[in-house]
Design a protein around this ligand. Structure first.
Ligand code: SAH
Ligand code: SF4
Length: 356
């Protein structure tokens, strides 16, 4: 049942001879309600509950463990079978709470600076496994009335390339936005992509949520090296796709993520080239200090370089944020979501030691 959005559930109920409002009821129990057992759905007739028990299943991924960082960041590891785990991170801030979720186990795109990319690709997550991350987090953080949500934003910036798992991601997005699901507004759900141009065009037609682009370079020469996908969809094509996306949602803007890599993409010249590159795309920038991992071959830019880079962009009027590194003590920062259970178990031991 976790694999279906409302149209899917309604069709399933129709096949069982049940009315559409039953599908809405069940959706409310499962998603905002956090109920995974039909027997607990007390406003359904007993006969329907039995029918559902016989014909359907709510299979939520098992929770392997849960961690809380000193800064309030929470992390959950869910079991997705065959020794794999998938991590979900919640980052509380003053005015919002953001949940970062994964879309694949590993990633096939092999960006050089990304530990997920270095692992290679294992498989796509199912819709149930994607939405299961929100389901667990929502349940763990407390189910609250709509206007005082703990999770106000969802970003698909965990493991994997969401647009490479298009169909499953779109159904999960549909559940996030649905009023009978998590009721999140379109602008508070962000898909982050390394630049899969054809899928960006498809997304704007079916589910035009907020879009973040992992840009990371101001010219094709540097980007080709960092992100192999750039050879297929170079920057001119990517910028054109961003414009087409925004044509669908005119008051929106693109968030360009830009990882700060020492002596690779962080000079004043790069910043000026970047301004020229994005001149026709309404956008803001999110500068991400590189999170190192063993044998990455990269270093984080100095804070001085990041400051200068930021100021150059700000001087011409761009909104620029520099991502704070959160959840460092639980390896929950960007690009650190590795996901092997074995690996995690070692980290868990480390964590327990820290906790005494
Ligand atoms: N595949 C998608 C979404 C997942 S990656 C994408 O690439 O956009 C989420 C973000 O974390 C991306 O901007 C990615 O470039 C960034 N990231 C990857 N490795 C990182 C690292 N080691 N340090 C900091 N950010 C990293
Ligand atoms: Fe995949 Fe994104 Fe990592 Fe690139 S940065 S390897 S697209 S997860």
């Amino acid at each position: 049942m976790l694999n279906f959005d409302l149209p899917g559930l309604t069709a399933l109920f129709a096949r069982m001879g049940e009315k559409p409002f039953r599908a809405r009821q069940v959706m409310r129990w499962i998603h905002p309600g956090g109920v995974a057992d039909f027997t607990d759905m007390t406003d359904l007739a007993k006969s329907l509950r039995h029918k559902l028990l016989d014909h359907a299943e709510i299979k939520v991924p098992d929770l392997l463990f849960e961690q809380k960082s000193v800064d309030g960041t929470c992390k959950w590891l869910l079991d997705v079978g065959t020794g794999n785990g998938v991590e979900t991170v919640f980052i509380p801030e003053n005015t919002r709470g953001t949940l970062c979720i994964s879309s694949q186990i590993g990633c096939a795109l092999e960006c050089l600076f990304c530990s997920t990319g270095r692992q290679g690709f294992n498989r796509n997550l199912t819709t149930a496994e994607i939405i299961g991350q929100l389901w667990w987090a929502n349940k763990a953080l407390g189910v609250t009335p709509k206007d005082e949500r703990v999770i106000s934003n969802v970003v698909m910036m965990g493991m994997g390339e969401p647009l490479a798992n298009f169909d499953n991601v779109v159904i999960a997005l549909s559940i996030m936005l649905d009023d009978h699901g998590y009721g999140l507004s379109r602008r508070r759900v962000t898909v982050s992509t390394s630049g899969m141009v054809p899928q960006m065009d498809r997304l704007k037609e079916v589910m035009p949520v907020a879009l973040a682009i992992s840009l990371h370079a101001s010219n094709d020469r540097v980007r080709d090296k960092l992100i192999p996908l750039n050879k297929k969809y170079p920057l001119c094509q990517l910028m054109a796709a961003c414009q087409r996306y925004l044509a669908k949602a005119p008051r929106d803007f693109i968030t360009f993520e830009y990882i700060m890599l020492k002596d690779v993409n962080d000079s004043a010249q790069h910043a000026r080239e970047l301004i020229e590159l994005v001149k026709d795309v309404p956008c803001k920038f999110n500068l991400i200090p590189f999170n190192p991992f063993p044998n990455s071959g990269f270093e984080r830019s100095t804070s001085e370089r990041i400051r200068i880079f930021r100021e150059i962009l700000q001087e011409v009027g761009f909104v620029v944020t520099v991502r704070k590194t959160r959840g460092d003590d639980i390896d929950a920062a960007c690009g650190q979501l590795a996901g092997k259970v074995k690996d995690k178990t070692q980290r868990q031991q480390k964590w327990q030691l820290v906790q005494g």
